[in-house]
Design a protein around this ligand. Structure first.
Ligand SMILES: [Zn+2]
Length: 452
């Protein structure tokens, strides 16, 4: 017998299903880790092993974060890197990050995931591209299992140091053969291709200015042979484009295509400076984009042409990006910023609140090449979140609670269910003792700074 969980009497259920149903007094019936029924409360069973009354709440699919560097939660708001653009910002931070330890990696991943879960996120990716002092990707995979979050772990890498014309210091880059060997080891040990997988692995050479063409090409070959995704940074700002033109004599999109880095199994972070030919290429090939509006504003990288991408048919998901370039990782807040930034760039009709929510749910699922998350419908994974419509942030916005999620100040979630398990209830994160986690995180952050 499956274990059953019923959420009912939600003031409003935002399904994001094919008809985009918004159901007043809505209910969701869950068996183990899957949704089996969705509809008005009076049409669903009224008993289950566990029954949660969601009166006064809006319930929606868990949000999906497609780009992050969780270790950076140890170096937020660092004075030396507060007011710089991407390349200078990186140069300020690389020497600090060189002191990262496995313990710091575990704790910062837990902290970053706790913050994301409290903001409505149930699935996240993380792009870890430096491995000093014995750090390994599984330090973050084990942290995800500890906190119960659905996780796409990206085996990042850097192989071209300053002496070879790259941006990172030589002591932070790895040997390319060792990167590929470790990539295969991680896929074999941790990647789960099955539906409802809690752990997937992707290969993620860091950026055009920190890895070689060979590593990009060989990573793509390995990923395709193993059936895993590919992720990197692309066309983040004008200097990134200039580097690509100078060194490779190609636009970032042409460079990606020349290396096999397009397709539904590939997603690129930022793409602020993706040109019209690149947009057309991404749409034609099903290549995904992780849009990170806060980070793009923080580093003054520019305004990504998201409305143009979506009109052309490009898959777009949302990313908070690393905590050193978006010092707040609130994924619903990121959806709000996506809507506002699109309007600054392209006018008041450039993105609606519902479009922002679509990008944060279905868009993220498609970006990560998943069909089992991002909507509330029978057969989907049981990943749901609830926000309390009685929160002061929503006072006076009852005329349209769905739009209120994006227009009003985003609060923390009231409840979060991931893979059928209640992980946040009444605003409290159940798997962890939060104050203790922050204390430990701050102690390790101070240690990292002192060592730099
Ligand atoms: Zn990034």
């Amino acid at each position: 017998m499956p274990r059953t969980l019923l959420l009912h009497h939600a003031q409003l259920l935002l399904t994001m299903d094919e008809e985009r149903r918004e159901i007043p007094d809505g209910a969701v019936f869950i068996e183990d880790n899957r949704i089996t029924q969705v509809g008005p409360s009076d049409q669903l069973p009224d008993t289950a092993d566990e029954v949660l009354d969601m009166g006064g709440h809006i319930v929606l699919p868990g949000l999906v974060n497609t780009h992050h560097h969780m270790y950076q939660s140890l170096t937020r708001a660092l004075p030396r890197a507060q007011d710089a653009e991407l390349f200078d910002w990186l140069q300020h931070l690389y020497p600090v990050w060189a002191g990262l330890t496995p313990d710091m990696l575990r704790v910062s991943t837990l902290t970053a995931m706790a913050e994301l879960m409290l903001s409505g996120c149930t699935t996240t990716s993380d792009h870890l591209y430096l491995y000093p002092n014995g750090c390994r990707l599984e330090d973050s995979i084990f942290a995800a299992r500890e906190i119960g979050m659905r996780f796409h772990a990206c085996r990042g890498s850097m192989s071209v140091g300053q002496s070879q014309g790259g941006l990172p210091p030589d002591r932070l880059v790895e040997d390319e053969a060792a990167i590929l060997e470790d990539s295969l080891r991680l896929i074999q040990a941790f990647h789960d291709p099955a539906p409802y997988a809690m752990t997937r692995v992707a290969l993620a050479p860091c950026s055009p200015f920190s890895v070689s063409r060979d590593l990009m090409r060989l990573s793509a070959e390995l990923a395709r042979a193993q059936g895993v995704g590919l992720h990197t940074h692309l066309a983040e700002n004008h200097k990134d484009v200039a580097y690509s033109r100078e060194r490779f004599h190609m636009s970032p999109a042409e460079y990606a295509e020349s290396l096999g880095w397009v397709g539904p199994d590939v997603w690129h972070a930022h793409c602020v400076k993706l040109d019209p030919a690149g947009i057309e290429l991404f749409a034609r090939t099903g290549t995904g984009v992780a849009h990170c509006p806060c980070s793009n504003m923080r580093l003054a990288s520019g305004i990504a042409p998201i409305p143009q991408m979506r009109a052309a048919g490009v898959t777009v998901g949302l990313g908070v990006d690393g905590s050193a370039s978006n010092d707040g990782a609130h994924l619903l807040g990121e959806a709000r910023q996506a809507m506002l930034l699109a309007r600054v760039g392209f006018g008041p009709a450039a993105m609606s609140a519902r479009e922002a929510l679509e990008i944060a749910t279905l868009g993220g699922a498609r970006t990560l090449n998943r069909t089992d998350i991002g909507a509330l419908a029978p057969g989907m994974a049981a990943d749901l979140v609830a926000f309390n419509l009685g929160d002061v942030a929503f006072a006076g916005a009852q005329a349209d609670p769905v739009a209120a999620l994006v227009f009003c100040t985003p609060p923390r979630v009231a409840a979060s269910i991931i893979n059928g398990k209640v992980q946040v209830w009444d605003g409290e994160l159940l798997p962890l003792e939060r104050p203790l986690l922050v204390e430990e995180h701050n102690r390790l952050a101070a240690q990292l700074l002192a060592a730099a």
